[in-house]
Design a protein around this ligand. Structure first.
Ligand code: PA5
Length: 440
């Protein structure tokens, strides 16, 4: 392993740390025996194209068209509004939160180096949407509509509202402010691309939304805002290489997927908490929650993902984590070197009660709190793994995305379910349509 890669530490899963609740020799032997079959299943999913996410990252260079259109978009528009939901939004939101400077949309054009503000509309709350429409100048806005299926009601509804506005303001030029990212042939958006010459990118047909952040779905809007998408893909490729062998000792994605499965199936831990101690990584837990829930929650199986924030949730959730039911596996994320100089957040002249804070910076305190919470949970015999980012940058985020995508597939193989479909969301969609049609 290269020194600069993500460090993934499983020590607090072990029985010598947390007693019977943890993994002993018997568990580790039994898990090792499950690996060949899970690996075989993963290879089958790669061959069938279901696990295309793995081979997509790094198998080819990113299409030069993404860079060209992104550069034009940045040059011509003040705002980039993404219309998309679920897997068509969460990866981008996570990447933007992690890799753009904080308060990006409040920075001046110069501070943003001429790149657009970014708004991701992943809900249809009318108050939020109308406020955004009032705030932006539609003429100076590129609307990127992202929908793999081209059939999603929330994205379609927003799109029709935007289309009317574009037609009102721009007349025949309305299409110039639109970019579609959708299936290469299927769905309702693709025919419009052909009919009106709208700029578009294709999402590989078998690539599911929650596995699509490293496709044009995440890469194009990220590139518009100046995120180094080559580094994102480079990190993902490095992690894919690191996780190629069916050996749980060397393959951290197989370890994450397999250990979580085992804790759920054999140790009654059916909740998985992700707790980043970094605001930049906050939405990593939203992205993870969708990936874990929508992929693995099937046939009465699957762990419930929970999002928590360090240090904030130490004053909210941690009481439950320490003394409530021992039914959780914890995934801590920490950052070794924060992006802004620690001199800016150094504490000077604290009162005598806080004298131990003298001369230290907020990052040091945050990391101490992460270690303390991890240590306290270990003493309370609660299993946790810790992922350390040397720093939050595109390369390490790419590693992180690939790590948990592979882990999810491997957990799916252990559960004996298909992690790439989502039949359970169809009924709600059908009922929504029926309710709305009944109004006609
Ligand atoms: O992960 C998934 O497949 C889903 O969350 C989809 O991304 C979400 O339902 C949006 O679908 P679409 O991109 O087809 O509009």
């Amino acid at each position: 392993m290269e020194e600069d890669m993500l460090d993934i530490n499983f020590d607090n899963f072990r029985q010598d740390r947390i007693g019977e609740e943890g993994l002993g020799e018997f568990d580790l032997d039994a898990i090792a025996k499950l690996i060949p079959a899970a690996h075989e299943k993963f290879q089958q999913w790669r061959t069938s194209g279901d696990a295309i996410f793995y081979d997509l990252a790094g198998s080819k260079d990113i299409s030069p068209e993404i860079f060209e259109v992104a550069a034009n978009t940045a040059e011509n528009f003040e705002n980039l509004v993404v219309l998309g939901i679920g897997g068509s939004a969460l990866g981008l939101r996570c990447a933007a939160q992690a890799l753009l400077p904080p308060f990006w949309n409040m920075l001046s054009g110069e501070e943003r180096k001429g790149k657009p503000r970014l708004f991701v509309c992943d809900n249809i709350d009318p108050d939020t949407f109308s406020a955004l429409m009032r705030f932006i100048d539609v003429k100076k806005t590129c609307f990127t509509v992202i929908s793999k299926s081209g059939k999603t009601i929330e994205t379609a509804s927003q799109f029709f509202i935007v289309l009317e506005k574009l037609k009102q303001k721009l007349g025949d030029d309305w299409r110039k402010n639109l970019i579609f990212i959708t299936d290469p042939t299927a769905g309702e958006l693709r025919p419009m691309v052909k009919a009106h010459g709208i700029t578009s990118f294709a999402i590989p047909p078998k690539l599911g939304g929650r596995f699509s952040v490293l496709s044009p779905v995440g890469l194009f809007p990220a590139a518009c805002c100046g995120i180094d998408i080559n580094a994102l893909i480079g990190g993902a490729k490095d992690m894919a290489d690191r996780c190629a062998k069916p050996d749980i000792q060397e393959n951290p994605a197989y370890a994450i997927g397999s250990f979580h499965y085992w804790f759920d199936a054999k140790k009654n831990k059916n909740i998985s908490v992700m707790m980043p101690y970094s605001d930049a990584l906050l939405l990593a837990s939203d992205w993870y929650s969708q990936l874990w829930a929508e992929s693995l929650g099937k046939s009465g199986r699957g762990q419930t993902p929970v999002k928590a924030q360090g240090a904030t949730d130490q004053h909210s959730q941690v009481q439950l984590y320490m003394e409530g039911p021992n039914d959780k596996v914890f995934n801590f994320l920490r950052v070794e070197k924060f992006n802004f100089p620690s001199t800016e957040t150094k504490i000077k002249n604290p009162s005598s009660a806080f004298s131990y804070l003298d001369g230290i910076d907020l990052g040091t305190i945050l990391n101490a709190e992460q270690r303390a919470t991890e240590g306290a949970l270990t003493q309370a015999k609660r299993p946790s793994l810790t992922i350390s980012f040397p720093k939050v940058d595109a390369h390490h985020l790419g590693e992180f995305f690939m790590l948990y995508e592979i882990a999810t597939a491997i957990a799916g193989a252990h559960y004996g379910i298909d992690p790439f479909d989502q039949p359970g969301v169809e009924l709600g969609k059908k009922l929504t349509k029926e309710i709305l049609e009944a109004r006609l």
